[in-house]
Ligand binder design. Sequence first.
Ligand SMILES: C[S@@+](CC[C@H](N)C(=O)[O-])C[C@H]1O[C@@H](n2cnc3c(N)ncnc32)[C@H](O)[C@@H]1O
Ligand code: SF4
Ligand code: SF4
Ligand code: SF4
Length: 306
Amino acid sequence: MAPINYDQEGVVFDIQRYSIHDGPGVRTIVFLKGCPLRCRWCSNPESQDPKPELFYKDSSCIHCGKCLPVCPVAALSQDNPGFVDRDKCIRCGACAEACPTDALTRSGKVMTVNQVLQEVRKDATHYRRSGGGITLSGGEPLMQSDFARELLKACHEQGWNTAMETTGFTTPEIIADVMPHVDHALLDIKAIDPAVHMANTGVDNRIILENAIRTAMTSKSVVVRVPVVPGVNDTEQAISDIGNFAKMLPGVETVHLLGYHSYGENKYGLLNRAYPMGDTPDLPKDALPPLKKVIESLGLNCMIGG
Ligand SMILES: C[S@@+](CC[C@H](N)C(=O)[O-])C[C@H]1O[C@@H](n2cnc3c(N)ncnc32)[C@H](O)[C@@H]1O
Ligand code: SF4
Ligand code: SF4
Ligand code: SF4
């Protein structure tokens, strides 16, 4: 195996410590920026653009004007200081550094594998006791495949368990390159019907379904995850289609059902974007147990949440 490149850089938008979700034991979740999908319900809209970007919180702006002169490309307006012309913005972050109230903040920073390791190491004693480790999430972690691979290799070198939340929308070569370094793959399947998938995520699901088979054949443990979204896949038929697909993946025994929530809505506002789900209510709690039964009737284990 090639030596680990600890200087490999990636764009990380969050590191969450002490998570008890997204893999076994206590986990540190490292969120990588960039995603080729545009799921209408995505709870992390700041994850989608591969580069760092600005959040602007109007209610925190005191109109001091300190952000205006530091912008090298005049992407901020005199009349509405925090409003960002996102086509002009070169993501330098100077305005966020100048802002005294954090009305402007930058999401995403370039980190090396070594820098992420130093952060993750703070939880390492909990990994040993709980069988936990690191989970790569996003965004789509496979969009930064070189960084993901080197980070996963470095974690294995430390003896830490690795997991990845992915939708697998990438090339077969990247699956073959990265997935052998993942102990637990949490594989999202959002819809089997190609038209439904395209209309709600912006991409064809053929690659995803083919790569799900490749992932199942490459990874040590794979769980299929389904965000259950009203009007998209919250019917017994849609869930049964996903269950039947999961059932034929080698080694897959478990499906997680995640009910749609609108927790990410406010972040769309901070990015000056409209929320694609409008006022769609969160999936009611009683909608999931019957769908769980559908999965179980296919001979699979099913967990609500995950
Ligand atoms: C933020 S995604 C990151 C991983 C990858 N991009 C994906 O979608 O699988 C992590 C998990 O959150 C789920 N998710 C995203 N938005 C959601 C929402 N509004 N409600 C419920 N689950 C959501 C995804 O389906 C996925 O299982
Ligand atoms: S991030 Fe840089 S380019 Fe973008 S608005 Fe702020 S100062 Fe201007
Ligand atoms: S520096 Fe911050 S508080 Fe001052 S005008 Fe700019 S966004 Fe508003
Ligand atoms: S694949 Fe995941 S990160 Fe990408 S848009 Fe969909 S939910 Fe968001």
